[in-house]
Design a binder for this molecule. Structure first.
Ligand code: EPZ
Length: 415
């Protein structure tokens, strides 16, 4: 069980270069199944989730290698059944279902299972596959999909699910005819997937809006693509500057992906300056209280609410976080309370009393973003904080320990 140790509080100052987006890289890696030939992916972060997706692709017959860029050649894939031992480790493994179904007219993929933040169903993914002409059964924990051919159609998503939107885009890219996804997710990671597939010869329009049109094409060809910066890693460092009273300049960011985060930090009294692909965050010391409601993009991202909760503990009043996307995303709160936070839970709301000095303690990461929030809390707490189960953090943050050290933090990561 690994530990992330924060030896004492600090002020984060300096520059940090944000890595490529985990949540853009994972679907694009899955989409490589659709593209016979050698694709080259740039700006891929070094994360355990990326390694697991690479192993899944290797298991089904793709060649995958890292030479600075990530090179994937799916020409010789023959196996349409994904490996359960690897798939059950990451939720994003279910994103191979659409590409496998499109390429082989069948797919056998383990149900990704729930995780700490919620049950994580895949009913909307299956609704899309069925609408495109596939049949499926769920047996022994697997979804077993078959079809004679996939035909374009209109699909309404009851919730703008990121994963379901991605799976339907991949399943329909080479289907016969046109597919329209209504009430689709509009996250930047959806747009990046569409950009990658269009570079390979797909015909996808409307990505980034709530209606996406995919005109099926006969085949896709390899390309080179650089994934977008990780907006959640960027947001995490922005909160780090706010919470420690420092000033950080972030490089390799897309400011338009950070609007909700920047707006909320500005409401709290932070100074945000945007440049072409850089952004600076400076604290004047004051942290005004504010309220947050998580929503699908362009609303406030659910992946940032834990980090803001740590910041709100220091604000000048009471703040409320309402979580509307996942049903169980407040597991970090008892851990913050162990650090002297004053937070009450009321259903989907967390009521956070400001003006509390956090105190270092032994705490436990329940999931990736909870772990990041606890590290941030340790950076402004009196005394030492040890975050157990810190392997969760490695899933989504590329070299967080070194990046924080470069900004002035006294931290260690122990395997
Ligand atoms: C993606 O998960 C991200 N993961 C999550 O980031 C992120 O929190 C989430 O989108 C929301 O933005 C990746 O991209 C790998 P959803 P995903 O399908 O696709 C319900 C992180 O920390 N739903 O948009 O699984 C679901 O239960 C991770 O980087 C259905 O009901 O999210 C949830 O309540 C955590 N039926 C809501 O939709 C379905 O078929 C949002 O899920 C699918 C989803």
């Amino acid at each position: 069980m690994s530990e992330f140790i924060i030896n004492n509080k600090c002020v984060l100052n300096g520059e940090v270069s944000v890595s490529g987006s985990k949540n853009a890289a994972l679907p694009i890696m899955a989409a490589s199944i659709l593209v016979p030939g050698k694709i080259s992916l740039k700006n891929i972060p070094s994360l355990s989730d990326i390694d697991i997706m690479a192993d899944i692709l290797k298991c089904i017959g793709a060649s995958v290698s890292f030479h600075g860029d990530l090179i994937i050649d799916a020409s010789n894939i023959e196996n349409s059944s994904a490996p359960p031992d690897l798939c059950t480790q990451i939720r994003a493994s279910f994103l191979v279902a659409g590409p496998l179904l499109a390429r082989f007219k069948r797919a056998q993929v383990p149900l990704p299972g729930g995780c700490p933040i919620g049950s994580r169903p895949v009913d909307l993914h299956l609704k899309g596959f069925k609408a495109l002409g596939a049949d499926y059964i769920i047996e022994d924990g697997f979804v077993k999909l078959t079809c004679s051919e996939l035909k374009g159609t209109n699909i309404y998503l009851d919730f703008p699910s990121v994963g379901a939107t991605q799976n339907i885009i991949m399943a329909s890219a080479t289907a016969k005819g046109t597919t329209v996804i209504e009430n689709s997710a509009s996250e930047p990671e959806i747009t990046d997937l569409a950009d990658f597939l269009n570079k390979c010869g797909a015909n996808i329009k409307g990505a980034g809006t709530d209606t996406i049109t995919i005109v099926g094409v006969k085949e896709l060809n390899p390309c080179t693509h650089s994934v977008i910066p990780d907006r959640i890693e960027a947001g995490t460092f922005m909160v780090g500057a706010a919470l420690t009273g420092g000033s950080i300049r972030l490089k390799n960011v897309n400011c338009s992906h950070l609007s909700a985060i920047s707006s909320k930090l500005a409401e709290m009294g932070l100074t945000i300056n945007e440049f072409s692909n850089e952004l600076s965050v400076s604290s004047s010391g004051i942290k005004k209280h504010t309220d947050i409601k998580t929503l699908p993009f362009p609303g406030f991202p659910t992946d940032m609410q834990a980090q803001f909760a740590a910041l709100m503990c220091q604000s000048d009043g009471t703040s409320v976080i309402t979580e509307t996307v996942f049903e169980n995303r407040f597991m970090y709160i008892p851990e913050l309370v162990r650090m002297n936070a004053d937070i009450k839970l009321d259903g989907r709301c967390a009521i956070i009393k400001g003006g509390t000095q956090l105190v270092g303690a032994k705490v436990r990461a329940s999931d990736l973003r909870a772990g990041a929030a606890l590290v941030l809390a340790g950076l402004c707490a009196d005394g030492k904080t040890i975050v157990n189960d810190a392997q969760y953090i490695k899933r989504g943050y590329d070299n967080l320990e070194q990046k924080l050290k470069n900004l002035g933090a006294d931290v260690n990561y122990i395997l």
